[in-house]
Write a protein that binds this ligand. Structure first.
Ligand code: SAH
Ligand code: SF4
Length: 381
């Protein structure tokens, strides 16, 4: 089996080239051909000696992911469904804005965390993506978009690891992919423009701070442990106090001086004034000095199996106002691409559930979330 060169960051590629008896600058040339110019074929690499190209052809390949479908929204959002074999498929979404182009990238086929409000979570977990499969989403999207625009200018300026999967449960594959995104010989993205979103895998947050500190988004969704245990099952392992401590440790290394907390607004579940007050208290006073953060409220994107509904706009606005009035920078995420099911949490791809997480959630659905009143939850918490 030949090596897929999309599986390497620059250091990995340099090590691979060293095994072939090639110097580091050859790895740099190769890396630039692949990531900056979108080469898929060694014959395109005209400044590499023919003997090297022949050698590479014998032991290496540049293999992206087959595209199953491409859908385009009225607002310009584009969603690709990629085949990752064995009946699994993952999605990536491009979101164009005036001043930036953001790609939302998947890290796993499915997700084992099993959050109630997430369509990926409901599908269960199949497997981790490889570094090559994570990077292939960016490699493909960037070059497909350039071809479309008939331009060699960079299109994607921001990457958010907010597609399918929990990136910090696929740490080994994630880090080299992030490094290739940041590398000046790769995509040259700034650390502030690459965001890892996590449901709160505390030990891996600490490792990321050391290995590859990029912008961090933490999916909070609840201001107290009983409610968060219910919405984000990982909270039972890493409860809020530990999670917020980890956020403060991360901030010592982060490229930005705040953490983005994501909060999905679920009708009657976590959207009451009492929740907002608890949230203010939590982020203001945790550990004595609070956590430097911004709040991003995400109106829930419904899908039938969830049994949940989106908070009405007025309630989202009232919640946002309570936070803003308390001095917390709060934004409400605009929904993009919902006509093609490309909005947050709607990415379902196609997953062969091997862990039965999906089944478990389906069974638990009978537990009515609305029965966890904020006040009672606060007392327990
Ligand atoms: N596993 C990571 C990253 C992927 S999910 C995480 O959970 O952070 C990206 C964001 O979309 C998370 O904040 C997630 O909570 C949110 N999300 C999931 N399902 C959603 C839904 N149905 N509507 C709105 N946001 C959702
Ligand atoms: Fe996994 Fe994130 Fe979905 Fe939770 S919200 S199930 S962690 S992808």
């Amino acid at each position: 089996m030949t090596a897929n060169l999309l599986d390497f960051d620059l250091e990995g590629l340099a090590a691979f080239c060293a095994q072939l008896g090639e110097k580091r600058f050859r790895a740099v040339q190769l890396f630039r051909w692949i990531h900056q110019r979108g080469a898929r074929d060694f014959d395109q690499m005209t400044d590499l000696a023919k003997s090297l190209r022949d050698k590479l052809r014998g032991c290496a390949r540049i293999e992206g992911l087959p595209v199953i479908t491409q859908q385009e929204s009225a607002d310009g959002t584009i969603k690709w469904l990629f085949d990752v074999r064995d009946g699994n498929a993952v999605e990536a979404v491009f979101i164009p804005e005036d001043d930036r182009g953001t790609l939302c990238v998947s890290s796993q086929a499915g997700c084992a965390v099993g959050c109630r409000f997430c369509s990926t979570g409901h599908q269960g977990f199949s497997r981790n993506l490889t570094t090559g499969e994570i990077l292939a989403q960016l490699w493909f999207a960037e070059h497909a978009l350039r071809d479309r625009r008939k331009s060699s200018e960079r299109v994607i300026s921001n990457v958010v690891m907010m597609g399918m999967g929990e990136p910090l449960q696929n740490y080994g594959a994630l880090v080299p992919a992030l490094r290739a995104m940041l590398d000046d010989h790769g995509y040259g993205l700034s650390r502030r423009r690459v965001t890892v979103s996590t449901s709160g895998v505390v030990p891996m947050m600490d490792r990321l701070a050391q290995d590859c500190p990029v912008a961090l988004a933490v999916s909070l969704h609840a201001p107290n442990d009983p409610l968060r245990d219910n919405l984000v099952p990982l909270n039972r392992k890493y409860p809020l106090a530990e999670l917020l401590d980890a956020c403060n440790r991360y901030l010592q290394h982060a490229p930005r001086d705040f953490i983005t907390f994501e909060y999905c607004m679920l009708d009657g579940v976590n959207d009451q004034p009492e929740h907002a007050r608890q949230l203010v208290d939590l982020v203001r006073h945790h550990g004595g000095h609070g956590v430097s953060c911004k709040l991003n409220l995400i109106p829930f994107n419904p899908f039938p199996a969830s049994g949940l509904t989106r908070s009405p706009n007025t309630r989202v606005a009232a919640f946002a106002k309570l936070l803003s009035d308390a001095g917390i920078v709060t934004t409400v995420r605009k929904t993009r691409g919902d006509d093609i099911d490309a909005a947050c949490g709607q990415l379902a791809g196609d997953v062969r559930d091997r862990t039965r997480v999906g089944e478990r959630i389906a069974q638990q659905r009978t537990v009515i979330l609305k029965q966890v009143p904020a006040a009672a939850a606060a007392k327990e918490g």
